[in-house]
Design a protein around this ligand. Structure first.
Ligand SMILES: NC(=O)c1ccc[n+]([C@@H]2O[C@H](COP(=O)([O-])OP(=O)(O)OC[C@H]3O[C@@H](n4cnc5c(N)ncnc54)[C@H](OP(=O)(O)O)[C@@H]3O)[C@@H](O)[C@H]2O)c1
Length: 303
């Protein structure tokens, strides 16, 4: 299926009513994909970037420099999706800088993209939305949890979407294998969870189409199959028909890893998507990395 075909399969109804307008704070990987799909459905969407606006529908916003959109540019915003992560001080860029401008708006829905890192290390056990965070959260996960709380306490109708590793077109390990910089590291018992970017888009649209009273305040958005990263790399090499890089045991290479890379290997958990797929009835387009990587391969194939 082509990239456009995939987006088209994510439901054909504009979730916004005429006159409603959605602001995406942070037109990065997921924010841009979501905006693209909503625009295809006919919705009025504006997206912020830290660089100067380069096209219609783009607004400037950078909390670190104080670059803000004007009140008139935000006129009529009824829905908000926040994709910007906490800043270096652990504060939410949107709440710390945009809130005075947003306070005047009649927000009917706010989606906040968070991370499943807030569950911390659960030693490979399953977690769902009711699982309390582990006691020894990483500092960045602690900051994220505080940002989630700040949004949930903001007084607006907020949904927090907890995401695992995001992959999709132009962001996947097929590309790393093709570039020759994939690492084949294995730590026995360690799994990672992930989600295809179009299932984030699909889950957001699904929630927007639900009656407001049925939208959960916290929702995991991940696929069905937690798996070791070595398993994914093996499948990617199989799809490409290329050799796997030599296996490296985690224990043998951890001493050469950056603190950031090490922190990802510290947490081990299996994240349940039952609320999304069973209670809310969302059908994943990519139930596992297998379907997702196959689609990435097709989307990236030369015409
Ligand atoms: N990537 C993953 O695997 C993963 C996993 C779990 C959770 N998440 C979280 O999910 C969210 C979306 O992820 P993503 O990968 O789509 O993110 P992304 O591509 O990095 O996009 C983040 C967006 O936030 C904007 N931004 C960052 N800091 C800002 C600031 N101080 N002021 C204004 N705008 C700011 C960026 O602006 P520019 O466009 O100017 O760069 C960018 O548009 C993020 O919060 C991320 O931390 C990501």
């Amino acid at each position: 299926m082509s990239d456009t075909g995939v987006l088209t399969s994510l439901g054909a109804v504009n979730p916004l009513d005429p006159g409603q307008r959605l602001l995406v704070v942070g037109g990065g990987y997921t924010g841009q994909r979501f905006a693209e799909r909503l625009r295809q459905l006919g919705a009025d969407v504006v997206v912020t970037h830290r660089r100067a606006p380069a096209a219609a529908g783009e607004l400037p916003f950078d909390s670190s420099t104080g670059l803000l959109p004007s009140a008139s540019e935000l006129q009529g915003i009824s829905h908000l999706l926040v994709t910007a992560p906490p800043d270096r001080q652990g504060q939410d860029p949107c709440l710390s800088s945009l809130k005075p401008l947003l306070d005047g708006l009649p927000l009917q829905w706010t989606g906040y993209l968070s991370t499943t890192g807030v569950y911390g290390n659960q030693r490979g056990e399953w977690v769902d939305e009711s699982t309390p965070p582990a006691a020894d959260l990483l500092p960045r996960s602690q900051a994220r949890l505080q940002c989630e709380q700040a949004w949930l306490n903001s007084g607006w109708p907020v949904q927090v979407f907890r995401l695992p590793g995001i992959y999709g077109p132009r962001r996947n390990n097929l590309l790393a294998l093709q570039r020759g910089d994939a690492r084949h590291v294995h730590k026995p018992g360690q799994v990672f969870c992930r989600v295809h970017v179009d299932d984030i888009v699909g889950a957001l649209l699904h929630c927007l189409r639900l009656p407001a009273t049925q939208r959960p305040s916290i929702l995991n958005v991940c696929d069905n199959r937690p798996a070791p990263s070595s398993e994914l790399l093996g499948y990617s090499a199989h799809l490409l028909g290329c050799p796997l890089p030599e296996l490296q045991w985690f224990e043998a290479v951890e001493g050469n890893m950056s603190p950031m890379a090490l922190s990802f290997w510290r947490d081990n958990r299996r994240v349940s998507n039952r609320k999304l797929t069973q209670a809310l009835g969302y059908a994943l387009t990519y139930p596992s990395y297998r379907e997702g990587l196959q689609a990435c391969l097709k989307a990236e194939a030369p015409d």
